[in-house]
Design a protein around this ligand. Structure first.
Ligand code: SRM
Ligand code: SF4
Length: 582
C-alpha cells in the first residue's frame, strides 16, 4: 500500500521547512499552502477559519476568515508568573483576548492572523517558552501530575517531564530559521532544550530521522493515588512508585493508550494503555526513546487513521512490542509494581503542603480564561500573577493552581481572589467541577457539534436533576467533545458526549471514575434537547439505588444500563441502541 500523503509532505519538506517562509510573506491571502499547513503543526500552529462566518463569507465571495491557533509547549504545565503575564499580554495583543488552558496542561491562543504569526511565536520564545513540537508527528507536550499535596515528589516529576520533553524534541533548525530569524539559536538563550544550549544544532534528527513519527506521540507522568493526567489515555506513561518515605523508587511504564476514533470506522477505537513493566528513574529517558523508536519503525505509515502507537501494539502484541523495546534498551523491564488510583479530577480551593506552603486550585470552566462584565477572570489572574511569588500550574483538567504561596503571602492572594470573585469559583455542583469540554466550534476545523460553548448550559440543566436527586456534592465525571477525536478524553468519563452532527451527540456511559475503564456506547445521535431527559431517570435511579460509595460509572454497569467495555477493540462493535422513550 502507498504511504499516506503526509509522509510525502514530510519527505519533501527539508526538515519541516517546506515553503512556510514564502507563505508568510505572501500578503495576497491570509492562508498558507495545503502542504505548509501540515508542516506548521510541527512548529506548534494550525491554520483555522472562523466557522461561524464561513457561509456568510462564501456568499460574499470572500476567502474564509483565516487565522491561526498557536499551542505552547510547556512540559509539566508549570509557568512562572512572568511567563503567565506574557501569555496574558499576547492573548490580548495578538489573539482573541482569551487564553485557553488545554487538556494537556498548556496554553493555546486563537485568532492570530498570518501577519502576526511570526511575531507572536517569537514573543512566546522571548518569554522562554516555545511552540516547537506542540503539534505534529512528534512527541507532544509532556504532562505530569501537578498536585501540590504531593509537593515532595513534584520537583522530581516535573524535572523528568522536562527532561523527556527536551530529549525527544526535534533538532531541526527550521524552527529558529522561520520564526526567530535565528538559525543557530544563539540570540535566544533558552535554557532548556539541548539544541539550544550549546550542543551543535543542525538538521540531523538522531531520534526521529527525516520522516519523524507516523503520528502524534504523547507522554504523561502520574503520581498515585491521583490520576489527574489520565495516564491510560496516552501513548506512553510513567506511574511513579513511591516507598514508605515517599521517595520515588521507579516507574511503571504504560503504553498504547489513545482516545481518537472515527465514527463508522470499526478499525479505529479508543484504547486504554497497558502496563508494560517497571523501570528505575535513571532509565526513563532510554525507555521513552526505545518506545518511540519502536513506534517510529513499526507504526503504520500507510493509513493515518491507524498510525498511533495503540494500533502498533494491537498489531505486534504487547509481548512482541516489549521484546523490541527491551532489545533497544539493552535490558529487561522489571515486573510492574502495585499502584492504586482514586480519581482523575482536581482538588479545588486551598491546600497546604508538607512544607507549610499554600496552593489554590482555581476552577476554570473548560480552561477558558477571559473577561466578561460579571466575571473578570483574566484580569483577576493577571493581578495575582503581578504579586504572586510562586508558580502557576496548569492542570490536565483545564484548571489552574496558583502554587507555592508562603503563609505570609496568603492574605494578599486571598484578597485578590475575593476581589475578582474567584475565591468561590468552585462553589458549584460536583458534576460541573468534574466536567470538561474541548474547543470545537467556531475554531476547530474538525468539529461536528458544539462543545465548550454548549456544555456549561447543559450542565446548568443537569444541575436541576442533580439537585433534585440530592447529588450536588457527588462527583460524576462528564466530558464532551465536538467530534470523535476525543480531545477532552470523553471515552473514560462516566458520562461522555461526542459530537455526531450539529446539535447531535453519541452518549457513552460507564467510564471509570479514576480514568481506568472505557465507557460504553449507550445511545446514538441524541439530540441536544433530549440529553437531560435521557439522563434524568438514570441519575435518579443512581441516587436511590447506589451502594455505599458506589460511583456512577460502576452503577450503570451493575444495573445493566451498559455492559463494561473490556477492551478498546470492542468499543464500536455489537452496539444495540436501547429503546428510549424521549
Ligand atoms: Fe486534540 C486534533 C484541540 C487534546 C485527540 N485537537 C485537534 C485539533 C488540533 C483539530 C485539528 O486537527 O484541526 C484541535 C484544535 C482545536 C482548536 O481550535 O483549538 C484540538 N486537543 C485540542 C485541545 C486544545 C482540546 C482542549 O479543549 O483542551 C487539547 C490540546 C492539547 C495540548 O495542549 O496539546 C487537545 N487531542 C487532545 C487529547 C487529550 C490528551 O491528549 O490528553 C486527545 C485524545 C488523546 C489522544 O491523542 O488519543 C486529542 N486531537 C485529537 C485527535 C485524534 C487523534 C487520533 O489518534 O485519532 C485529533 C485529530 C488528528 O490528530 O487528526 C486532534
Ligand atoms: Fe476539535 Fe474534535 Fe478535538 Fe473537539 S474533539 S477540539 S471538535 S478535534
Amino acid at each position: 500500500m502507498a504511504k499516506s500523503a503526509n509522509e510525502g509532505i514530510k519527505d519533501a519538506s527539508n526538515y519541516l521547512r517546506g515553503t512556510i517562509l514564502d507563505g508568510l510573506a505572501n500578503s495576497a491571502t491570509g492562508s498558507l499552502s495545503k502542504d505548509d499547513q501540515q508542516l506548521t503543526k510541527f512548529h506548534g500552529t494550525y491554520q483555522q477559519d472562523d466557522r461561524d462566518i464561513r457561509q456568510e463569507r462564501r456568499k460574499k465571495k470572500l476567502e474564509p476568515a483565516f487565522s491561526f491557533m498557536i499551542r505552547v509547549r510547556m512540559a509539566g504545565g508549570v509557568a512562572t508568573t512572568k511567563q503567565w503575564l506574557e501569555m496574558d499580554r499576547i492573548a490580548g495583543e495578538h489573539a482573541n483576548g482569551a487564553l485557553k488552558l488545554t487538556t494537556r496542561q498548556t496554553f493555546q491562543f486563537h485568532g492570530v492572523i498570518k501577519n502576526n504569526l511570526k511575531k507572536t511565536i517569537a514573543e512566546i520564545n522571548y518569554a522562554l517558552l516555545d511552540t516547537l513540537a506542540a503539534c505534529g508527528d512528534v512527541n507532544r507536550n509532556v504532562m505530569c501530575n501537578p498536585n501540590p499535596h504531593q509537593s515532595k515528589v513534584h520537583p522530581e516529576v516535573i524535572e523528568l517531564s522536562r527532561n523527556l520533553s527536551d530529549h525527544l524534541s526535534p533538532r531541526t533548525l527550521s524552527y529558529h530559521e522561520i520564526w526567530l530569524d535565528d538559525p543557530t539559536g544563539e540570540k535566544i538563550k533558552i535554557t532548556r532544550g539541548p539544541h539550544l544550549v550549546g550542543e551543535k544544532a543542525d538538521d540531523d534528527e538522531p531520534i526521529y530521522g527525516k520522516h519523524y513519527l507516523p503520528r502524534k506521540f504523547k507522554i504523561v507522568i502520574a503520581v498515585p493515588p491521583s490520576n489527574d493526567v489520565d495516564i491510560f489515555a496516552h501513548d506512553l506513561g510513567f506511574i511513579a512508585i513511591l516507598d514508605k518515605n515517599e521517595k520515588i523508587v521507579g516507574y511503571n511504564v504504560t503504553v498504547g493508550g489513545g482516545m481518537g476514533m472515527t465514527h463508522g470506522n470499526e478499525e479505529t477505537f479508543p484504547r486504554l494503555a497497558d502496563v508494560l513493566g517497571f523501570c528505575t528513574p535513571e532509565d526513563c529517558l532510554a525507555v521513552a526513546e526505545s518506545v518511540l523508536r519502536v513506534q517510529r519503525d513499526n507504526g503504520n505509515r500507510e493509513v493515518r487513521a491507524n498510525a498511533r502507537l495503540k494500533y502498533t501494539i494491537e498489531t505486534m502484541g504487547l509481548d512482541g512490542f516489549r521484546d523490541e523495546v527491551e532489545k533497544l534498551l539493552g535490558k529487561k523491564l522489571e515486573k510492574p509494581r502495585d499502584f492504586k488510583f482514586d480519581s482523575n479530577g482536581d482538588r479545588y480551593g486551598w491546600i497546604e503542603d508538607q512544607s507549610g506552603n499554600w496552593h489554590f486550585t482555581l476552577f476554570v470552566e473548560n480552561g477558558r480564561v477571559y473577561d466578561t462584565e460579571e466575571y473578570q477572570l483574566r484580569t483577576g489572574i493577571r493581578e495575582i500573577a503581578k504579586v504572586h511569588k510562586g508558580d502557576m500550574r496548569v492542570t490536565a483538567n483545564q484548571n489552574l493552581i496558583i502554587s507555592s504561596i508562603a503563609p505570609k503571602d496568603k492574605k494578599t492572594i486571598t484578597d485578590l481572589l475575593e476581589k475578582y470573585k474567584m475565591v468561590d469559583a468552585h462553589e458549584r455542583s460536583a458534576l460541573r467541577l468534574n466536567s470538561m469540554a474541548c474547543v470545537a466550534l467556531p475554531t476547530c476545523g474538525l468539529a461536528l457539534a458544539e462543545s465548550q460553548r454548549y456544555l456549561p448550559s447543559l450542565i446548568t440543566q443537569l444541575d436541576e436533576v442533580i439537585e433534585d436527586a440530592g447529588l450536588r456534592h457527588d462527583a460524576i465525571t462528564i466530558r464532551m467533545t465536538g467530534c470523535p477525536n476525543g480531545c477532552a478524553r470523553p471515552y473514560i468519563a462516566e458520562i461522555g458526549l461526542v459530537g455526531r452532527g450539529p446539535g447531535k451527540y453519541n452518549l457513552y456511559l460507564g467510564g471509570g471514575f479514576c480514568g481506568d475503564r472505557l465507557s460504553t456506547h449507550y445511545a446514538p445521535n441524541v439530540k441536544d434537547s433530549e440529553i437531560v431527559e435521557i439522563l434524568r431517570p438514570i441519575i435518579k435511579d443512581y441516587a436511590k439505588n447506589r451502594k455505599d460509595g458506589e460511583r456512577f460509572g460502576d452503577f450503570v454497569i451493575r444495573n445493566g444500563y451498559v455492559k463494561a467495555t473490556m477492551h478498546g477493540r470492542d468499543f464500536n462493535k455489537d452496539f444495540v441502541a436501547p429503546e428510549l422513550t424521549v
